[in-house]
Ligand binder design. Structure first.
Ligand code: 5GP
Length: 122
């Protein structure tokens, strides 16, 4: 499977500064910002700055430096938001079955209330 990246997706536009965002953390290779339609009191999206469609694409083609930066940024956002004590959830949707809306890798950090079971039916 080879991935092709659409540089007109909304997160690419955010990275180019064409669309505003509420930044939580920016590092050399990673941007974290608040979801525009939060599903929980804390809902932060973490994206690599590089052009990766999904987690598998990132794992295949990103440099070690990008991967380390990204994983550490996820943890740092959790600490910055004070989530360690009460817990949180990390979600990465991919493709059609994963119901991925934006084709640029992102993980959702969700917290601030009991989130219920992982999957709803339907
Ligand atoms: P997905 O379904 O692809 O995993 O999640 C995409 C997420 O991006 C959704 O939770 C949606 O609310 C969020 N989103 C879509 N457009 C924008 C935007 O322009 N700004 C921000 N901050 N979030 C967005």
């Amino acid at each position: 499977m080879s991935y092709s990246y659409d540089d007109q997706n909304i997160f690419a536009k955010i990275l180019r500064g064409e669309i505003p965002n509420t930044t939580v953390l920016e590092t050399e290779h990673t941007l974290a910002f608040r979801d525009i339609h939060p599903q929980a009191p804390v809902h932060v999206l973490v994206i690599p700055k590089g052009p990766y469609v999904c987690f598998d694409h990132f794992a295949l083609e990103a440099s070690d430096a990008e991967i380390v930066d990204y994983v550490r940024a996820v943890g740092e956002v959790c600490r910055m938001e004070g989530l360690e004590a009460d817990g949180w959830r990390l979600i990465a949707n991919a493709g059609t079955n994963g119901v991925q809306e934006v084709p640029h890798l992102h993980v959702h950090i969700l917290a601030g209330r009991v989130l219920g079971r992982m999957l709803a039916k339907g």
